[in-house]
Each structure stands twice: as structure tokens, then as C-alpha cells.
Design a protein around this ligand. Sequence first.
Ligand SMILES: *Cc1c(COP(=O)(O)O)cnc(C)c1O
Ligand SMILES: [Zn+2]
Length: 475
Amino acid sequence: MIHTAAQHNAVRTDLAFQRCINPVCGATYDSSELHTSCPKCSNLLDVAYDWDRIAVPKHLNEFEAMWSQRTNPVRFSGVWRFHELLPFAPQDRVVTVGEGQTLLQQTDAVGEYVGMDNGKLHLQYEGMNPSGSFKDNGMCAAVTHASILGAQRAACASTGNTSASLALYCSATRLMKAIIFIGSGKISYGKLSQALDYGALTVQIAGDFDDAMLRVREVAKELGIYLVNSVNPFRLEGQKTIMFRVLEALRWEVPDWIVVPGGNLGNSSAFGKAFMELKELGLIDRVPRIAVINASGADTLYELHERRGVRWNGGHVNMDPIVQYNDQMDREGIKADTIASAIEINRPVNLKKCLRALEFTDGVVRQVSDQEILDAKARVGAGGFGCEPASAASVAGAKMLRREGVISASDRVVCILTGHELKDPTATVAYHTTDQEVFHKTLGSRGVTKASFANKAIAVPNELDNIIKAIQLYA
Ligand SMILES: *Cc1c(COP(=O)(O)O)cnc(C)c1O
Ligand SMILES: [Zn+2]
């Protein structure tokens, strides 16, 4: 089923184009153009396809044939082996560093914690990507588009993982120079070390992520630099494949729930688009419900969707509550604040696309505290799948929805573990520490008061007898 048409060295303007998500506008743009919002009405853009002219498999199981083509780097990629479902670039132009070799793990250890029946909880472990987070799924798509456009420089603002991913792709492929914008003091060492090590030009702004995001958009426009933040619609095309791999692992059966942490809401938006397209193409007959989980210290989506009733409403989003809430945050000086730094974002750029995904999938939004996040993270770790704090919001959210009865024990649930444990060891060590001072200094200000699932080191004198006694006492 490899599509061989249109092998010219350009973006496939014939099959793929960009379209404004605002149905009243609906403007379309060539896919060889670079926009981060609609030039006419400044809404977000989608990548859209002329599906009738694309050789899409009739059944999803036809993608299993790609497994035998693993010597072809394009089909080895967990993103590009689904090329027919994101065919904006000719196959011979796609960029890959082997992303998307990720696994859906069924775990009763974590399932019990969440309150699920045995066999019902799955973790999609995206920390196994080359740069250690799901961001690689999107970055290979964005860098593909950038390279086709001939970009020499690519930039992003980042809480850490987007910059690590961009830096990796730029250095590994030597296609372009990475420029990353970060806020002050927020980024974890695991992530910062990657950007520095991979050689990205790193610009530290005196401000937070939302400030860095505003600036990078200005600078990218001014200097004509390719922007890879999730306002980039091509990036989100790559992130759709996380859902394709989930379905693949479930032998193409649709689960009941996808639970995902929400930061800039790129992932939830991409997941929604994936299911919209699979449904439209007749490749699935039902869609899972999406639950987006905010940290309570960065809960804009929760506030707007659950408290102020903001809905996609067929594309006619009522902007008044959104504007009011943004003004209120400015007035009261509310800044995002959570241990889950990857979702420490108060102005999610993909808000409207996420609202669309929530409407299409009958989705829900919840917020979980840093205490709940770190407890869930410890359970995930004890189950053998270490993740960073933001990722564990999905598990904490699933537990909450289970407790509320929104998710039932027999539902099939997939929580997305978005980033690897080693991205942010500080939070993990602080949680498990025996040193009360370290615990309170790192976690106390976040309202974390106890570490119920801490696995504390045992302190023993440097004497053989004592060491042996201590071990016999505990194991
Ligand atoms: C980026 C990121 C998120 C947030 O994803 P969005 O698409 O911005 O909502 C969550 N977890 C991790 C580990 C991330 O890197
Ligand atoms: Zn528009």
C-alpha cells in the first residue's frame, strides 16, 4: 500500500493543504507556505488532505504489512509507517531518527491504584522516544516540512521537551540550526542538558513559558525563522500517530478512554484530529472519549471547559469567557505553578483545537494537584514505567475519573506517559528522600505534604554486620 504518486521534491500541494479551523472563514493555504495562524482571521490552521486522491488502506490492519519493511528507515519509524494517514510530504523527503518505537503496556499494578479491573489499564510509554518524550512524534513531521521549505533555522519556546527534541533533530540530521527560547529557572536539568549537549542556540528569557512563547513568535516572524511550536499544524500531524500505535497495539480495537496531560494542548488536539480522520475514512466505527488532565496550578482548560462552559460549538466558540479569564489572570497576576513543568502553561495555544477534540470525542477535563501527580508518579514508577511528573497527571486524572464513576472499572483505558522519568530526577528524588529539608524545599511550596508511596533509602553504618542485618530486616 505504499503510495508512489507525486514523487517530486516539493510539498505535495496537490494532496495536502492548510485550512483555517474557523468554519466561518475556512480559508485554505498551500502547504508550501509557513503560517502559525490564519492570515485572514488569526485562528489556528489544520493540515487537510484530498483523501479521495490518496491511496489510504481500506483497513487499519493493512499497516501491519509495514512491519516487514523495517530495513526501510521510513517504515521503521513509528510515525512514518503510517505515512498514508499524514501524506503531506513525499516519502523520499521525510525526516526520521527512528522515533515512535514506543509500547502500549498493560499494567495491573497501576491499574489497581487507578481502580480498574485487571487487564483494563494501559500506559502508552512515549518516554521511549529518541529524545525521551512524545515530542519526537511531532518534531520529525515539523522538521520534514521545514526542510522541504529549505529552512536554515528552526525555533521554539519550550518548557524543555520541545527544545530537547528540536535540538536532537537538528544535530542528528544537520539539516538546520536549532534556536530555543526558555523561561528562567523553570526548566529541569534533564531537559536543559539535552538542548545544550545537542548544540542548540539557547536563549533564556527573563520570564515564564508564556512570555517565551510570545517572544519566539515575534522573533520567528521578524527573522523568517521556521517555528516548530505546536501552533505549527504539521507538527501535530506527527502526533496523530501516537493514537495509531495505540490502536495497533490493541489489534485495531478502539479503547473507551484516552487520558492525556494537557499543557499547550497540542497532543489532545492531534488525537482528536486522528480520530476525526479515521472516522471520516471509515477506518474506525467508534471513537474513544478523551480526558484532558490539567495540573491544578495550570488549569486554564479546566476552568474554561468545566467551570465556564466554553465549547467548540461547531466552530462558533464563545470568546467572551476566554477573554475575561485571560484578563482576570493578568489583573490578578496569576502565573502557572506546578511541579509538572511540562504542563505549567496558562495560555494554551491550541485551546480551540482541543475544544474541537473534546466535542468530537465527548471528552472531559479534570485538574489534579501536585500531591496527586507525585503519588501517581510513584505508583507508575513502582510498576516499572518511570515517567516525569507531567506524564503522571494522566494516571492521577484516570484515578479521579474512576472515583467519580465517569470511568468504570471495566472500561478499557489508555493513559499517555508523555515523558521519561530521567527528564526530571529532582522531583523524584525529593519525593523519595529521607531528608525532610530537601522534601519541603522542593515540594512543600507546591502543597505536597506527604509522600505516601515513598521508597526511602535505608541509612546504615559502614559495617558488614549492620548492613546484613538491615537487608534481612527489609528484604
Ligand atoms: C509537552 C508535554 C506535555 C504537554 O503536551 P501538550 O501537547 O502541550 O498539551 C505533557 N507532558 C510532557 C512530558 C510534555 O513534554
Ligand atoms: Zn481564518
